[in-house]
Design a protein around this ligand. Structure first.
Ligand SMILES: [Zn+2]
Length: 318
């Protein structure tokens, strides 16, 4: 029997920022728990800042509580601040700090009419159904996430020009992961409803702020949230980054799901590693996952083989 290679990088990131009690934010003003809405009474866009889609994004919690605690109110339009998967967030266990990304379903994969209107049941399906009117009402969505690996922050959005322009104009992470329609597994928050369709106004983007527990991720999430609101005119302008940086875009080519317990990368990876065409990236159940192009750049490699979850995202620079 061959020895299994240690192909998963250990989680050594310091736990700088930890979850805190959110019970004070439960009672919102929308009739939906953990959803807070502020209308200016003036015309303007309806903007949603959404935290905790998976439940393990501490940075989003910090940004959303900052908006609420600082009493931010929109000058125009409407601002909604939501905490999505609070049930998963509350399942955080300091001894297993990477285990509360979801309870049953991935809340960022279930936004299709089939699942929302279907008969399936889970904490995430129930919460998505509750949050559906919140997403329906939003012209613009900022969905705040973080990564288990301490990689550079990046944007993720469905491949529409409106989203690319929005991400570029807001500033923040200059690396953009572009998802062609239908390429991502399931339907995410930013591809739900009209945000997944061409020819609409508005926009919906994810910001991946860095490592789940990093203070820098919390700081970035707060900064990007304020920039997002400022760009759309809801709050006063935030000082710009001195030199606008042209975005580096990566287009999603393939997502490989984990289908076997022996899923393993050929070497420890964190994300942003590159592979030449045909180069071996990972193996599972005797099946090879090889690079489909030169310069193939991997995103969000799994930290452990969990069957049914994403193993690795393969992208090409564009
Ligand atoms: Zn997330």
């Amino acid at each position: 029997m061959t020895q299994t290679l240690p192909t998963f990088a250990p989680d050594t990131a310091p736990l700088e920022v930890l979850p805190r009690d959110l019970s004070a934010y439960r009672q919102g003003n929308t009739g939906i728990d953990y959803v807070h809405r502020f209308a200016s009474g003036k015309p303007g866009p309806h903007v949603l800042v959404n935290a905790l889609t998976h439940g393990n994004e501490i940075c989003g919690m910090v940004a959303a509580t900052h908006l609420l605690d600082s009493g931010v109110r929109p000058k125009i339009g409407t601002l909604t601040v939501s905490f999505a998967n609070v049930e998963a967030y509350e399942a955080f266990d300091i001894d297993r700090p990477y285990e509360n990304r979801q309870l049953v379903h991935n809340l960022n994969r279930i936004w299709s009419p089939e699942l929302l209107d279907g008969t399936g049941d889970s904490p995430e399906l129930r919460r998505a159904r509750e949050l559906r009117p919140v997403l329906d009402a939003a012209d613009y969505v900022l969905d705040i996430h973080s990564t288990r690996a301490p990689v550079q922050p990046f944007r993720v959005y469905p491949e529409f020009e409106r989203n690319a322009g929005l991400a570029q104009a807001v500033g923040g992470p200059a690396v953009h992961l572009v998802m062609p329609v239908g390429a991502a597994p399931g339907t995410g928050v930013t591809a739900y409803g009209r945000h997944g369709e061409p020819g609409i106004d508005g926009g919906a983007v994810v910001v991946e702020c860095g490592q789940h527990f990093a203070q820098s991720a919390a700081d970035l999430a707060t900064d990007v949230s304020l920039r997002f609101l400022a760009h759309l005119g809801l709050v006063d302008p935030v000082p710009r980054v001195p030199v606008p940086v042209a975005a580096r875009r990566f287009r999603l080519l393939e997502v490989h799901m984990v289908t076997s317990d022996d899923f393993a990368f050929v070497r420890p990876v964190l994300g942003f590693e590159t592979f030449d065409q045909g180069e071996l990236i990972a193996v599972q159940a005797g099946r090879e996952i090889r690079s489909p192009c030169d310069g193939c750049t991997i995103f969000m490699p799994t930290r452990a083989p969990v069957i049914g979850r994403e193993g690795v995202y393969l992208t090409v620079p564009v």
